[in-house]
Ligand binder design. Structure first.
Ligand code: SF4
Ligand code: SF4
Length: 478
């Protein structure tokens, strides 16, 4: 690529020829304000907010569609540029309802931000504003407030470019223009949530999130989606030790700016009020109790087996660290039998050639690196197993058919194994721990703790210490 030298507001820099001026300015840490431009979408140039002056050009130009050429001298802060921005803001706000107090975008709205940065004048508009529908269900969990839309077309382009769908378009003309689906149709594409992310104003909101929390109360933790083996980079937005929403985090090598809608709502289990506490099996059924009593029960169950009859089943849903801790624990305390693995294995899993993978496990690659065997190959010598996280329905059936007992299940939530396990010990979800997943391409990606572990969950390594103590007391007694 040819490099060119340009000057922006008196600062010299070298950029690739053709770099648009918004991105060139970004390299200097400067923001040229914009609504319709998004770095992950083709530029449209409709909002005019990024107008700048370029020396030797007869008229102001839009930064999003003007490429850098050798010797270009750009002004983004001149009085004329500031006046243009103010005029664009005034124009955009003519019909805007100014219902910020009840708008979910308040606090992360570019109309609010740019009004404060570039406008700050009272409206001169005396006429009646154009009123439109304020609650249009576009489908796929996306609500449209037509009055708030500034017709930037980011949402239309995100459908076209990311989801490869033509479900959205702009209808009508002038100040009656609005985004819509075709008559009788709704959005159904599995990337529709990205339209809410890219909407720079409060026109598109997520049904899942709207009215749940003002955004300024949310904190964000860098994380990785655990919905499939892609491992999209995400931010976990949380407050009050609850997850409120997941948002995509830019990573050009994995998910660019996007995520799918399955992954986007794959956090509800974290907030589940019934998150597990220690349980063990009694004649009256599964009983919630203290760790002390659960371990006492585990001790009595383990006494029925010799070490060479016990092994473990690791989970492709867990982090590299938790899988390693589990496998090491089984190897060092039992170890004569092979160790097995289980995966979330739904029937007919959806996949596409955009992001979504058929493998609905975040960590199949790490499991593959551990040389474990699938549960379908479990041998007759196995009488009892420790199980990490959960088993697929098929794997659970294998254990039932072979009469293999689950001595302890380490689970985040209630599972279909609850009545098969002698003891259930709670472990934290991805949102409650630091760790890594290895995605289908072998990329090891870190995720960080957003919440304090809910319920009484503990990392596997902490459980392992107590179980080791338990095993040594069994050895001493025998
Ligand atoms: S709904 Fe939002 S993203 Fe779509 S055109 Fe309107 S302002 Fe732009
Ligand atoms: S494509 Fe996979 S990893 Fe990405 S958001 Fe969807 S479920 Fe999560």
């Amino acid at each position: 690529m040819t490099k060119v030298k340009i000057t922006i507001d008196g600062h010299d820099l070298e950029v690739e020829q053709g770099t648009n001026l918004i991105e060139a300015a970004r390299q200097l840490g400067k923001t040229i304000p914009h609504y319709c431009y998004h770095p992950g979408l083709p530029p449209d140039g409709n909002c005019r907010m990024c107008l700048v002056q370029v020396e030797k050009m007869p008229k102001p130009v839009i930064g999003c569609r003007t490429g850098a050429t050798e010797g270009m001298v750009v002004h983004t802060q001149s009085d004329e540029v500031k006046k243009m921005r103010q005029s664009i803001m005034e124009f955009l706000l003519i019909n805007h309802p100014l219902d910020c107090p009840t708008c979910d975008q308040a606090g992360e709205c570019r109309l609010q931000d740019y009004y404060m940065d570039y406008d700050r004048i009272p409206s001169r508009y005396q006429e009646q504003k154009v009123h439109k529908d304020k609650m249009v269900d576009l489908g796929a969990g996306v609500m449209l407030d037509e009055e708030r839309c500034i017709v930037c077309t980011r949402c239309v382009r995100v459908c076209q470019e990311v989801a490869k769908s033509e479900e959205l378009f702009v209808q009508e003309r002038g100040n009656h223009s609005m985004v819509a689906t075709f008559p009788g149709k709704k959005m159904t594409n599995p990337y529709a949530g990205n339209t809410v992310d890219v909407c720079p104003v409060g026109a598109l909101t997520s049904k899942d999130f709207r009215y749940k929390k003002r955004v300024w109360f949310l904190s964000a933790a860098d994380s990785v989606c655990q919905g499939c083996s892609r491992g999209c980079n995400i931010s976990v937005h949380h407050a009050d030790n609850r997850v409120y929403r997941l948002k995509p985090r830019h990573n050009p090598e994995v998910n660019d700016y996007w995520m799918c809608d399955y992954g986007r709502i794959d956090y509800k289990f974290v907030n589940d009020g019934r998150r597990l506490k220690p349980h063990f099996k009694t004649d009256a059924g599964l009983q919630e109790d203290s760790y002390q009593n659960a371990f006492a029960h585990l001790q009595s169950v383990l006494q029925n087996y010799s070490a060479d009859q016990i092994t473990g089943i690791a989970s492709a849903q867990e982090s590299n660290e938790e899988i390693n801790a589990f496998v090491d624990f089984i190897k060092s305390n039992f170890g004569s039998l092979p160790i097995y693995f289980s995966k979330n294995n739904p029937e007919n899993p959806y996949e596409d050639d955009i992001l979504i993978k058929a493998d609905k496990n975040p960590n199949s690659a790490h499991i593959a690196s551990k040389n474990l065997k699938p549960v379908s190959e479990i041998s007759g010598g196995v009488k009892a197993v420790f199980v990490q996280r959960n088993l697929s329905a098929q794997d659970a059936q294998v254990l039932k058919d072979k009469g293999i007992q689950i001595v302890a299940l380490f689970a985040t939530n209630e599972t279909n194994l609850d009545n098969l396990a002698e003891v259930i010990l709670p472990i934290p979800t991805f949102a409650e721990q630091n760790g890594h997943f290895t995605n289908f391409e072998g990329k090891v990606q870190g995720f960080t703790k957003a919440l304090k572990p809910r319920g009484e969950s503990r990392l596997f390594a902490e459980h392992a210490e107590d179980i080791k103590a338990l095993l040594s007391s069994i050895k001493k007694a025998s």
